[in-house]
Design a protein around this ligand. Structure first.
Ligand code: UDX
Length: 448
C-alpha cells in the first residue's frame, strides 16, 4: 500500500520506517526541513534502537521524506496523522492535529478516488469523529464515509524499544467510522499474522490508548506511595515488600508445566523517582482534564499525578540527610533521559531534580549515554556540566544521584570501590544492590 505518515517524531518515524520494512511504499512528511533532509540521507533525527539501520535499508527505496503534504496525500492511499498532541497546562493541545487535518482536507479537494485518513497521535475520546472528521469535510468539500474514510489507530510503543514493539506488536487496534476504513487499515497490517486485532469505533480506539497508559502510570504512583510509606515506617525496604507482593499467583502466573512467569506489568510495580516521558504525564493530565469537562472527575488519576509531581523531591530529601545545606555541594546526576535506551528528555524526572538542586545552590553535573545534546537544549553550560563518561561523572563529587535505569550504571559499585571518601549515592530507581555501596540511599528504604 502507498502510505503517507504526517509528522516524523518518535512515533511517526518509527511507524514510517517499520511500514517500509513490511513492504509498503512510505512517504514521511514533516514541516521541519532539517528532519526531512536527515531522513533522506539515512540519518535518524532521534535515538531509537534499530531505527537507523532500518532507515538506511529503505530510504531511497520504499521510504522517502518530504515537506510536501499535499503531494504526499495525492500519491498515497492512506495518511496516518502522527503529529504531537501536547498538554497545554489546561487541556490537550489539538492545534497540530487541526492544522494537518485542514491541510489533508485541502489536498483531498483535488484527489480522485478514496483516501483513508487515520489518526495515530494520542487524542482524547471524540477527537477523531468530532474534530478531525468535520475539518476534513469542510476543507475538502467532500463527504466522510463516501470520498474518504476516517480511522483511529493508536500506537503502543515504548521509547527505546519502539522498533521491536512495532514489528512484533501485542495487539493492533483499528478504529474506524465504518467497515471500509477498518478494512483498509486491516490490509495495511496484513503483514502481522497471528497478532490480536481489535475492530472498534474511533472513540473506543482513543479510549483504549489512554486507559492503557493511565493503568501503567497508576501502578507507578501506587508503588511510589507504598515506597514513601516504607521510608516513613523505617526498617522496611520497599523492594522486599514488592517482592512479596509480586510472588502472588496473580502477578507471577503459574504455567501448565509448573513454571512461574512474571508478566511485564510487574515492572511498573516498582518505586522510584517518578514517571516522565512524552506520554504518561501528558496523557494522564489530558484524560483527567477531559473527565473534568465531561463532569466525570477522575480523582484517582488526579492523585496519580500529584504523587508523581512530588516524587523527584524525595531525592532532595535523601540528599539533605547528609548535607545540612546543599549550597556548593558537588552532585552528579546519572541518567538524564526519562527512561533507558532513548535520548528523549521530555518530562524527565532529571529536570525537576536538577532545577531543585540548582535552586539549593548545588554544583551539578550530569551524565547520560545518549541524551547529552537534548540536555544542552534544556540546561545552559553554567547550570549543568556534562560528563563524557561514567567514570568522569563519578570524579570529584560529594554525591551521586541515579535517575535513569541505564544498564551501564550497574558498573557504579565497582567504580566507587576505591574512592575514599565515597560520595553519598542516591538510587532513584533502586537499580543497585544497597549492600555494594558504602553511603547508599534509596527511594523506599530507611535503615534506622
Ligand atoms: C507522538 C504522538 O503524536 C502523540 O500524540 C503521542 O502521544 C506520543 O507520540 P511524538 O512522535 O513524540 O508524538 O511527537 P514529536 O516528536 O513532537 O513529533 C511530531 C512531529 O510532527 C515533529 O517532527 C513535527 O515537526 C511534526 N509536525 C508537527 C508536522 O509535521 N506538522 C505539524 O503541523 C506539526
Amino acid at each position: 500500500m502507498r502510505v503517507s505518515v504526517i509528522g516524523t517524531g518518535y512515533v511517526g518515524l518509527v511507524t514510517g520506517v517499520c511500514f517500509a520494512e513490511k513492504g509498503h511504499q512510505v512517504t514521511c512528511v514533516d514541516v521541519d526541513q532539517a528532519k526531512v533532509d536527515a531522513i533522506n540521507s539515512g540519518v535518524s533525527p532521534i535515538h531509537e534502537r534499530g531505527l537507523e539501520d532500518l532507515l538506511k535499508k529503505h530510504v531511497g527505496g520504499l521510504l522517502r521524506a518530504s515537506t510536501d503534504l499535499p503531494g504526499a496525500v495525492q500519491q498515497t492511499d492512506l495518511s496516518l496523522i502522527a503529529v504531537g498532541t501536547p498538554f497545554n497546562g489546561r487541556e490537550i493541545d489539538l492545534s497540530y492535529i487541526k492544522a494537518v487535518s485542514k491541510e489533508i482536507g485541502l489536498a483531498l479537494q483535488t484527489k480522485s478516488g478514496y483516501h483513508g485518513v487515520v489518526v495515530k497521535s494520542t487524542v482524547v475520546p471524540g477527537t477523531t469523529d468530532e474534530v478531525v472528521c468535520p475539518i476534513l469535510e469542510a476543507a475538502s468539500g467532500k463527504k466522510a464515509g463516501v470520498d474518504f474514510g476516517v480511522g483511529m489507530n493508536p500506537e503502543f510503543l515504548t521509547e527505546g524499544e519502539a522498533v521491536n514493539d512495532f514489528l512484533f506488536p501485542d495487539r493492533i487496534v483499528l478504529g474506524g467510522m465504518d467497515n471500509t476504513i477498518i478494512d483498509q487499515q486491516a490490509s495495511l497490517y496484513e503483514g502481522f499474522p497471528g497478532v490480536d486485532v481489535l475492530h472498534v469505533n474511533n472513540k473506543t480506539a482513543e479510549m483504549i490508548k489512554y486507559t492503557a497508559n493511565a493503568l501503567q502510570a497508576m501502578l507507578i504512583s501506587f508503588s511510589n506511595e507504598i515506597g514513601n510509606l516504607c521510608t516513613a515506617v523505617k526498617g522496611v525496604d520497599v523492594l522486599d515488600v514488592m517482592r512479596g507482593v509480586h510472588v502472588s499467583r496473580y502477578l507471577t502466573v503459574e504455567m501448565p508445566d509448573g513454571r512461574r512467569v512474571q508478566p511485564q506489568i510487574v515492572s511498573f510495580l516498582a518505586a522510584g523517582c517518578g514517571f516522565g516521558g512524552s506520554c504518561f504525564p501528558k496523557d494522564v493530565k489530558a484524560l483527567a482534564a477531559h473527565g473534568q469537562r465531561l463532569h466525570a472527575p477522575m480523582d484517582l488519576l488526579d492523585a496519580v499525578l500529584k504523587i508523581n509531581e512530588q516524587q523527584p523531591q524525595k531525592i532532595i530529601q535523601l540528599l539533605k540527610k547528609h548535607f545540612t545545606s546543599l549550597k556548593g555541594v558537588r552532585i552528579s546526576i546519572l541518567g538524564l533521559s526519562f527512561r533507558p535506551d532513548t535520548n528523549d528528555m521530555r518530562e524527565s524526572p532529571a529536570i525537576p531534580i536538577i532545577r531543585s538542586l540548582l535552586q539549593e545552590g548545588a554544583v551539578v553535573k550530569g551524565y547520560d549515554p545518549v541524551a547529552t545534546d537534548e540536555a544542552r537544549k534544556i540546561f545552559s553550560v553554567q547550570e549543568l556540566m556534562l560528563s563524557g563518561s561514567l567514570s568522569d561523572a563519578l570524579e570529584k563529587v560529594d554525591a551521586v544521584v541515579l535517575v535513569t535505569r541505564w544498564d551501564e550504571f550497574r558498573a557504579v559499585p565497582e567504580l566507587l570501590k576505591n574512592k575514599n571518601p565515597q560520595p553519598v549515592f542516591v538510587d532513584g530507581r533502586r537499580l543497585l544492590d544497597k549492600t555494594t555501596i558504602e553511603r547508599y540511599e534509596g527511594i523506599g528504604f530507611e535503615a534506622k
